[in-house]
Design a protein around this ligand. Sequence first.
Ligand code: HDE
Length: 699
Amino acid sequence: MAKAPSKTTAFDTAAGDGGETHQQAAKGADDTAFLTTNQGIRVSDNQNSLKSGARGPTLLEDFVLREKIFHFDHERIPERIVHARGSAAHGVFECTKAIPELTRAAPFQAKGKQTEVFTRISTVAGGAGSVDTPRDVRGFAVKFYTDEGNWDLVGNNIPVFFIQDAIKFPDLIHSVKMEADKGYPQAASAHDTFWDFIGLMPESMHMIMWAMSDRAIPRSLRMIEGFGIHTFRLVNAAGESTFCKFHWKPVLGLQSTTWDEAVKIAGADPDYHRRDLFEAIEAGDFPAWDLGLQIFDEDFAKAQPYDVLDSTKLIPEEDLPVQIVGRMTLNRNPDNFFAETEQAAYCPGNVVPGIDFTADPLLQGRLFSYLDTQKSRLGTTNFHQIPINAPRCPMHNFNRDGLMQTQVPKGRANYEPNSLGDAGEDGGPRESPATGFTSFAASDTGSESGERLRVRPELFADHYSQARLFYRSQQPIEQAHIASAIVFELSKCLLPQVPQRILSRLRNIDEDLAKRVAAGLAMDLPDAAEAAREPVDMKPSPALSILEHGQPPMKGRKVAILFDEGSSLEAINGIKTAVEKDGGSVFLVAPKIGELKVKGGTLKADGQLAGSPSVLFDAVACAIMPDNAKKLAMDSAALGWFMDAYSHCKTIGYCPATKEFILDKLGIEPDEGVIPNDKFAGVAPARHWAREPKVRMLA
Ligand code: HDE
């Protein structure tokens, strides 16, 4: 006779906590402890599907299995066509300077006024699963849940854009994404189609200078600027308008990595930026940005050698200072990545009374695109009802029905005008002529009406002046990074016409830059491209250089200390205390992860040496005994740890044994950043750029 099949239960298969949870549910401790189907039916067995006999086929009747698999099959939604990879956090915007004379927008009416925000920072080109540190622009999207509705300031970490007119956006994105036939490269602009397009679009030259600069390889999402890019309008209660450019300035300062570092981080920790943001917020080290405005009028706009409606141009801060009006602090991680970060739907068209658009042809195209894309990504016109997108102020209108409608409007009033009852009661909501959103009547600018033409304004034809401005505003080491980045990218282009065309354009930006890139590629310099409009020399703007802002502070930076058995606890704690005093954090690295005996006690590492390369830290120190130093000198992970820190121009703190057995072997000589441990904390966050020419051939 066949033996009765044995029943495997959760008690048998779920070890430890799992079994206890199940027992708790069985006792009926708490409603949330019961696993149910989507229909609320309690599930008795979440380990085995329903079969006809122990070795028999699974039954179609198993609605628990079918529902679970059905739901799983549809877990993915279309990823964003651009900015697919992003990280986000909740926070608050606090007004530090009321500006009712400029705008009636609710967040700016009183000093101290707080507005809830949700901010998502992203890369542009890669897919949702791509790495965090490619050379790329970073999206910087802030949703303000204001008292008068949602305002989305959907910007980037670079104040200009590749193209001037929305009609070129699909071409730009097609060119930068994986090549159509090959399906690679992922999250990389270093390939033929991108540079082919760029070379044929001279308006992109300014943005290319930024994209090839260190701005495109940030150290942390907490250390980037944000820009609204377009010229917007502010409108006050009297209906008067000024132009406005929005700036976000990171409180932790601007900081970037080197290209070699970014490449290595991609392997060591593909989630480097996401982890950094999450962990900082989790630790209560809340990232913050000041919101600044550049305010100007029509006369200022007309006096500039560029068009303020052209998104490939910026207004130098030296010409028009940025006034700080508030601070955004990100203080809470999402509870659920999908529900919040993934389903967040930003739309530049979401503005509130007091904020308005201009005729920037790039902005105008965006006003269509985002709403449209949300329908395809989130599948319904009702995406505004998803909690992360829902306004925090009252929302009433006569929009009805649609896929996934979750509201249950009462009564008959689903049209207006109606005589079904009073406004706000049976008659439903009514328009508010006095307090509702009104568009600024912009005809006085003289620029927003005219014949229907497919043309661009005259000054849009200046493609090089601001590219030159940016390049010439950089410090020499930053210029070398730009030249080297272009060499690297073009070295990956196989079509012969592609580098030639770029070189011919670079000659219009800066002759020295063009020569350096040509030399880096071992190519002859072609004739300069014909410029649609002769570039003008603008006064250099130091604000455009990262390094002009000075050395980074310790606050928000991460220092690694390498130790091993026998290391001195006192020495390690000395470094730790000094780093933490200035707001930095310490990560302990050892060849083995378990508890190690050290002089003065025991110590457990936060990370194992091979899994914690120095590229993940802002500075490194090492306190080890001679015998261990001799062993580490035979280990490539240890040697790479020091060599990378050195070649990435970081501070290295050493003890005598590290110096004698490791640094000397590597040929690392003391300099202002290779210093004994007792001097380490005072210097640690700085990068020692003077070292770079010794360790890297730059273009
Ligand atoms: Fe976007 N952009 N974009 N963009 N963009 C999208 O909207 C688009 C542009 C930016 O974290 C998409 O929800 C067009 C400039 C950010 O969810 C899409 C044009 C700037 C994000 C779209 C531009 C941006 C997006 C894709 C040219 C800086 C991510 C998914 C006219 C000012 C928001 C989505 C988030 C996302 C269209 C140009 C910033 C397809 C047509 C310029 C930060 O709608």
